[in-house]
Design a protein around this ligand. Structure first.
Ligand SMILES: [Zn+2]
Length: 270
């Protein structure tokens, strides 16, 4: 399989002059958007106003691995307006069983470039900002600039701790997911409203390093995280996976939710 044409390395703008005649004031979607998103605009929870809301949404996606590939594709397909995608790694052969945005011809390339060009071809309406950079204390504030939500596509504890601290500092929601083998878990952390990632980690452990994992597991958990992100961006805040941890056990096809209690001794939020 060959890669599509080279994608952008920086922010693109997408409103083209050719579309201007097809809009009817501020309240209307462009005709091509109406058609692209037709099957979700028909949902009463979304409609044209919800689609416009998604189009104005700004997301930081940290990590472009197994979870991040699925998250990026899902958020792009749904028409999120702005997606900042951050990862410091290059594509390796052993990534390809699960990191579906990276293909064989991409081995050795920067993940942000590999992912960016597929996403740009997939949905040119989305403004992408690829950032080939580590998720660290000295980079995260700038990575979060002007974003509404932090989505966790990382695979290690330290990055998640950095994202959690940034979430607590800025008040932005943090949608965490983790996978291992056939299993995964996720939760949506909202500062001031729920326990934080550190509360969870101190009780259950946060998953770290590069576990053995199936691509299908990344697909399930990444899709569920993207559903949470879209619900948040659409304003469906009463129905989020907040204060609970969803545990997915793929071998037995068991999905169960357990209540998360704040840890009074949490070093981050306690
Ligand atoms: Zn906490």
């Amino acid at each position: 399989m060959t890669s599509p044409h080279p994608g952008p390395k920086s922010v693109r703008t997408v409103d083209t002059d050719s579309d201007k005649g097809k809009t009817d004031g501020k309240s209307m979607l462009r005709q091509k958007d109406r058609e692209r998103y037709q099957r979700q605009i028909g949902l009463p929870e979304i409609g044209e106003q919800g689609q416009k809301r998604l189009g104005r949404s700004r997301v930081l996606l940290a990590g472009l691995g197994g979870l991040g590939s699925v998250l990026a594709a899902s958020l792009c397909a749904a028409g999120v307006g702005f997606l900042r995608i951050a990862d410091r790694d290059r594509v390796e052969l052993s990534n390809l069983n699960r990191q579906i945005l990276h293909w064989t011809a991409d081995i050795g390339r920067e993940k942000t470039v590999s992912a960016g060009e597929k996403l740009a071809a997939f949905n040119p309406e989305v403004v992408l900002e690829p950032r080939q950079i580590a998720i660290a204390e000295d980079t995260v504030q700038e990575l979060l600039r002007d974003c509404q939500i932090i989505v966790d596509g990382t695979d290690n504890l330290e990055s998640r701790r950095v994202l959690n601290r940034a979430s607590l500092k800025t008040g932005l929601p943090f949608i965490h997911g983790g996978i291992n083998g056939f299993n995964g878990m996720l939760s949506t952390f909202i500062p001031g409203r729920t326990p934080c990632f550190e509360c969870l980690f101190s009780e259950f452990g946060g998953g770290s390093g590069c576990p053995s994992v199936l691509g299908a597991t990344a697909g399930i958990v990444g899709s569920l995280q993207s559903l949470e992100a879209l619900k948040y961006l659409l304003g469906m805040h009463a129905e989020l996976l907040t204060g609970r941890l969803l545990i997915v056990q793929g071998r037995s096809m068991t999905f169960r939710k357990i209540r998360l209690e704040p840890n009074p001794a949490c070093p981050e939020c306690g």
